[in-house]
Design a protein around this ligand. Sequence first.
Ligand SMILES: [Zn+2]
Length: 246
Amino acid sequence: MRRIILLALSLTALAPAQDARQKANDPKDRPPLHRPRLGLFPIDALQVMKFGAAKAEAQSRRRQALTEQAAEQSSRKPEGAGRYLAAVVVCADADLDPAKIFGQKRTDLLILASPGPRIEARDLSLIERALRKHRLSLCLVLTHEGCETLSQRPEGEDEELWSRYLQATADLAAEHKVPMADAHGVSQSKLILAGSDLLNRARGEGRFQVASVMLRGNPSEGEFKLAWRAAWSQRPFDSLRPKPGR
Ligand SMILES: [Zn+2]
């Protein structure tokens, strides 16, 4: 019963990330600035992005010869993979690089970022398209410990739904004695399957699966661990790897 309520609640919560956008415009929700100024103007942000891209390009040209062979060996897409090795639904409210975290080429991943992350209708349609056109077979929901989105109250019409979703997720976390982010990943994974007939049918036919992954630690400092959960499992909080002796 709880699961049905959870799904029903959350399906209606697939609303656009209007709250996130409103939040971003709210001065009190902006990150602190190091010196007094109005903020970063879009044109300046664009310039910084362009400089960054140019620098990365120059570096990649220099490194290309060295890294080509390593990349070929370390992250070769397996036989049979379509355009993407996997879709990764990742929390946008953290500095996470799924390519780095998963040791893959960025271009091999379909990366969908939202605060939380929180699956929305547009994410589902992208995943569906990747499945239809590019034989996508795996979707990972990447959550992380200490996620601020999970502790924030949204404002606006979404507030009540999100609060109820968080309560249901907190109950799930308590029941399985796992961190909130972990339970959230499993809930969102189930939502992906529940929110799309196409994906659910493909899962039934063995062509598609969803798993959630919770990140502990900080990848940019080189120290992190992943907890993998299979949303399709009867016991999603067991590890995906069978334990020895089973
Ligand atoms: Zn987060």
